[in-house]
Design a binder for this molecule. Structure first.
Ligand SMILES: Cc1ncc(COP(=O)(O)O)c(C=O)c1O
Length: 452
């Protein structure tokens, strides 16, 4: 569906600027910053205290101690990124996949080479580049419902469409995916479908992982429906290293036997530091040139110095011990959030119990609208707590359940997580009481207005 020409064209801004202007991220950041005492359970930031100061210092000192290495790092790099780090990240992902508990089930694949690795400024830049390379106005990306709302913003910013696929506790439902592909095919829209976007490990917003048995099957479906043009699988593995329970699983990429379908997106943001802005993609060969051409126009290479520091940190063996520490820190925070939810909101909400990642997805038992203009969001701000309204995470807001929210346990301390949930419980009580008063006073119409 191509968007209509923006009537505010006289502003001098592009259509894309207009499409980007009302992003939920900007709104939530504004809400958080305008009230400093607020406990934000909305921010996707990572834990502050455990950021890798010592590891980064050691890696930077090792790099800067050698003037030749230092000068090379301070020079422009290449568009694809530092060749040593490209080799390191590829070796890292291949090692994760072959060590995964279900690795024996994967058919042998054509191993990718370091030329297929592109380093980006965070994995978000990779997602942006993929959107640029794949999407024209009217194109379609199939995503979980709910999904990562920032990526949906990128899709919309291309004038393209995110179509939601039902998703359960095992991630994207493949019967629903196949049903959607069949419908789109019958409607003659299959050539519009450019990608299936899926977070295989502890997704954002629910911390749900794609079930191991669905991984090869999803890849196979994408290949089967790649009739007139390829349908790529964008596998976002941002939270892979943050597993607190159980064993790692092989990626979808590991099941892509000829390497032509899956883009694997990884990042050092969650397992090391988001400020260092180093992410990467392992791309099918056909996408490497187009991605580099667009990236060449954009920045001819993400910050070289940061890539060299990450490379040194890996060489010195500093990343994996840091990730192990993070797993302990976040497991405690997750426990703090689950304990507070049970204590404060036991009967009022249902919620996920994540085995990894940074989020709990909560669904109110009452039909209270959690959306930005609903009664709870306002009450929550009054009480001093912020959450991400669930409606932001659904590709099609009109079919989204209105009573969900994403709660992050990443950034706040255990004490503030507990405080935030206490405040949320008060806000829910207050929204509920107000709903009851409204229905007693004003009858059905008023009640609808208050409860959404
Ligand atoms: C699912 C997912 N993918 C990608 C990103 C992008 O992270 P970065 O650009 O820091 O690598 C995030 C950030 O929160 C995320 O949640």
């Amino acid at each position: 569906m191509t968007r209509a020409v923006d009537p505010s064209r006289g502003s001098g801004l592009s259509l894309r600027a207009g499409w980007a202007a009302d992003s939920p991220i900007a709104y939530l950041m504004h809400a958080a910053l305008s009230q400093p005492a607020l406990v934000s359970l909305a921010a996707g930031f990572v834990d502050q205290q455990s950021l890798p100061v010592e590891a980064t210092r050691s890696a930077a000192l090792a790099l800067l101690a050698d003037p030749d290495l230092a000068r090379a790092a301070l020079q422009y790099g290449s568009t694809a990124g530092d060749s040593v780090l490209r080799g390191q990240v590829l070796a890292g992902v291949l090692a994760q996949d072959s060590a995964a508990s279900d690795a024996g089930g994967a058919v042998p694949t054509l191993a990718p080479t370091a030329e297929q690795v592109v380093l980006t400024a965070g994995s978000n830049q990779l997602l942006h580049l993929l959107a640029e390379v794949l999407l024209d106005p009217g194109d379609i990306v199939l995503c979980d419902a709910p999904t990562y709302f920032v990526f949906m913003g990128l899709i919309r910013n291309m004038g393209a469409r995110a179509v939601g696929i039902d998703s359960d506790e095992g991630g994207m439902r493949l019967d629903a995916l196949e049903g959607a592909l069949q419908q789109l095919s019958a409607a003659g829209e299959l050539p519009r479908v450019k990608a299936i976007y899926v977070m295989t490990y502890f997704d954002n917003p629910r911390s749900v992982s794609l079930a191991p048995a669905r991984r090869p099957a999803l890849c196979e479906l994408a290949k089967r429906y790649s009739q007139s043009a390829p349908i790529y699988v964008i596998e976002d593995a941002a939270y892979r290293e943050l597993r607190y329970v159980g064993d790692d699983q092989a990626s979808i990429r590991a099941h892509d036997h000829d390497g032509s379908t899956v883009v694997y997106a990884g990042t050092f943001s969650k397992s090391f530091s988001p400020g260092i802005r180093v992410g990467f993609g392992i791309l099918p060969r056909a996408l490497v040139g187009p991605v580099l051409a667009i990236k060449g126009n954009l920045d001819f290479g993400s910050p070289h110095l940061n890539q060299r520091i990450v490379s040194e940190a890996l060489r010195l063996g500093l990343c994996e011990p840091h990730a192990a520490t993070l797993r302990e820190v976040y497991a405690r925070k997750r426990d703090a959030m689950l304990a507070a939810l049970a204590r404060e909101l036991g009967g009022a909400v249902r919620y996920t119990r994540p085995d990894g990642g940074l989020y709990v997805w909560a669904e109110l038992n009452d039909a209270i609208d959690t959306g930005p203009s609903g009664p709870l969001f306002e009450r929550a701000l009054e009480q001093g707590v912020l959450y991400v309204p669930g409606v932001y995470c659904f590709p099609d807001a009109t079919h989204a359940p209105s009573n969900c929210m994403r709660l992050s346990f990443g950034v706040q301390s255990e004490a503030r997580i507990a405080l935030g949930i206490e405040r949320l419980a008060r806000a829910i009580d207050s929204a509920r009481a107000r709903g009851k008063r409204a229905s007693a006073l004003g009858g059905a119409e008023r009640c609808h207005e208050v409860l959404g």
